[in-house]
Each structure stands twice: as structure tokens, then as C-alpha cells.
Design a binder for this molecule. Structure first.
Ligand code: ATP
Ligand code: MG
Length: 301
């Protein structure tokens, strides 16, 4: 992100504070929700807009090269800012190369399949960026917090004997390893908001008519399960951050920092792939030369 060097920025926003090392037990209370690195809001906005331009450039190369796909997973409690982050960070991206899927309560058809089915159907093609706004992690989060949801999944009794959550963590890790071995690069973001800021944002949704549409009574009911969700997230973050699909715990009390941090991690990952436009073989170059000659021979209209 010129004029800043990547190394200089890295020192200032300290990505290691947010990255979850594989197989490391996570206690969310050890992660600040209001961390902002060494940035002020105004400067962060400038860096973000430069970053967004560079992301568009990388996306173009990703698309042209048609080798990798990028899957970006967002998980969070309500009002942590998933939607706004997706909107801002992807604002420079060519819509043809990007798709966002928001996963809600599963339909009857989806419940009649294995739990990964609906997510597998929505994976990005090579050359594309796929964004999951909620994901298969709901299967070890909301379903764990509300065990009656597991009943709706109609599993036969012999599939319910062991520790289903450990089993699902292992299945998800394998699934993601399989994806990564097929060229699907995975980044996972947990937007970590404090209980006080969630309350403030819910109140804004109630008090501001322009935000009323965002308010849902269900969100307040889920808030009553705050501690259960924190524990369920700790389970996910402790068991499913892997070298091939790392988790990032993104402080979410300040939206401007959330957006900067997410953009920076995506930028860093795309940079590491050394994406480039395909180079043509000499045969292909000859075909281009012939096409050029044909076009130039056409009489002027
Ligand atoms: P927003 O509120 O910003 O529109 P959202 O992601 O919260 O976004 P909602 O329609 O409010 O969207 O909520 C979706 C609900 O679907 C969440 O409560 C989530 O926990 C639930 N959900 C998602 N996946 C599953 C699942 N596999 N099983 C059960 N519930 C799920
Ligand atoms: Mg919601």
C-alpha cells in the first residue's frame, strides 16, 4: 500500500495480535475488542482506500490467472459489523469476480442433507472471491448453543454417540484442508465485539428510524446467551485454526479498525500468492499476431 511499506504498516497494526496460531487454546478475554493498533481513524481511512485499490488489482490478476479461488469467512455475534465490513472492504472489487453468500436458518431441503452440503454448493470457482457471511461454523456455534437445532438435523442415533462437536471440528478441518489442496485459499475472520458495544448498536437500531430495519427482536434474545456463544466461539477458535485455514480475531468495537484489519489480512494473503497475468506461449503469441494482421487488413468503415 504505497507510500507506506508493508513492513512499516505491519509494525504498526501488529497482525500477530489477531492471528490464532494452530492448535492454541483461545480465551476471548485475552483479546481486546477495542484494539486499534497504532492508528487514528482519519489515517486508517486513507490507508484503507489505498488498500481497496490494490485489492482490485490483485482480484483482476486472480481472475485472469484462474488458478486459485479465495474463500473469506465471516463469523460474529449480531451487530459486530459483518455486513458493513463486507460492503466497505469489497467496494472496489469487480462484481463479476466476487460472490457473497449469507447463510440463514437452514431450509427443510438443506436439513435433509449432510451439514456441509449447502456450503459446499456455494464455494467460489477458480479465479473468484467467495464471501461467506456466516458459514458452516454455525453448525458448531448456534447449533451448539441451541441443542434443539441438532434434533432438526435428523441424524441417526449411531451418529450421535460420540462427542459431536469434536467430531465436527475434525470434519471441518479436513474439509478445509481438502479445499486448500485444491487451490481454494481460505481466510477466516471472527469479528470480536464487546457486550457493551453490542448494546449500544442495538439501541441505535431502535432509536434511529433509518436503522430500524436492522433491528430484530431475535438478536436481543440471542444476546441472553452471550456467555454460551463466547464459550462456543472459544471452542471453534481453539480447534479449527489451521495452517491452511487460519482464524483471525478482529477487534470490532471500532468499525474503522475492523475494516482496515480485514482488508490488510486479505491484501497480505493475495500478495503472498504472487498472482500474475498469464504469459502466452510462442504459439499463442503467433495467433495474436495473425489476428492483429487480419484486423488491420479490414477496409476502413
Ligand atoms: P443481519 O442481522 O445483519 O441481517 P444475520 O447474519 O444476523 O445478518 P439474520 O437473518 O439476522 O442474518 O440471522 C440469520 C440467523 O440464522 C442467525 O441467527 C444464525 O445463527 C442462523 N443460522 C445460520 N446458520 C444456521 C444453521 N446452520 N442452523 C441454525 N441457524 C442458523
Ligand atoms: Mg441478525
Amino acid at each position: 500500500m504505497p507510500p507506506y511499506t508493508s513492513a512499516e504498516l505491519r509494525q504498526r497494526w501488529r497482525p500477530e495480535v489477531m492471528r490464532v496460531a494452530p492448535h492454541t487454546p483461545v480465551r476471548l478475554s485475552d483479546y481486546a475488542t477495542d484494539y486499534t493498533g497504532d492508528f487514528a481513524k482519519k489515517e486508517a481511512a486513507e490507508i484503507l482506500s489505498m488498500g481497496i485499490e490494490r485489492l482490485a488489482l490483485y482480484q483482476d490478476r486472480l481472475y485472469a490467472q484462474n488458478r486459485y479461488a479465495l474463500l473469506i469467512i465471516f463469523q460474529a455475534l449480531d451487530a459486530a459489523g459483518k455486513d458493513g465490513t463486507i460492503k466497505h472492504v469489497m467496494s472496489g472489487i469487480n462484481p463479476q469476480g466476487c460472490q457473497v453468500f449469507s447463510f440463514k436458518v437452514p431450509s427443510a431441503e438443506e436439513l435433509d442433507h449432510d451439514y456441509l452440503w449447502r456450503y459446499a454448493k456455494s464455494l467460489p470457482e477458480r479465479g473468484r472471491i467467495g464471501i461467506f457471511n456466516r458459514s458452516y461454523y454455525e453448525e458448531v456455534l448456534v447449533v451448539r448453543v441451541h441443542p434443539e437445532l441438532l434434533e432438526h438435523q435428523q441424524l441417526p442415533p449411531e451418529c450421535r454417540t460420540g462427542d459431536i462437536w469434536s467430531q465436527r471440528f475434525a470434519e471441518i478441518n479436513h474439509f478445509e484442508q481438502y479445499l486448500s489442496q485444491n487451490g481454494i485459499v481460505i481466510l477466516k475472520f471472527f469479528l470480536h465485539v464487546s457486550k457493551a458495544v453490542q448494546k449500544k448498536r442495538f439501541l441505535e437500531r431502535i432509536d434511529d428510524p433509518a436503522k430500524n430495519w436492522k433491528f430484530s427482536l431475535g438478536d436481543v434474545q440471542e444476546r441472553a446467551h452471550w456467555d454460551d456463544y463466547q464459550t462456543a466461539y472459544e471452542g471453534v477458535l481453539s480447534h479449527t485454526s489451521t495452517p491452511w485455514a487460519p482464524w483471525h480475531i478482529i477487534p470490532a468495537d471500532h468499525k474503522w479498525f475492523t475494516r482496515l484489519a480485514v482488508a490488510a489480512f486479505i491484501y497480505e494473503k493475495l500478495e503472498s500468492l504472487q498472482l500474475h497475468y498469464p504469459t502466452l506461449s510462442s504459439d499463442q503469441q503467433q495467433i495474436l499476431g495473425e489476428a492483429r494482421a487480419t484486423l488491420l487488413k479490414e477496409p476502413e468503415a
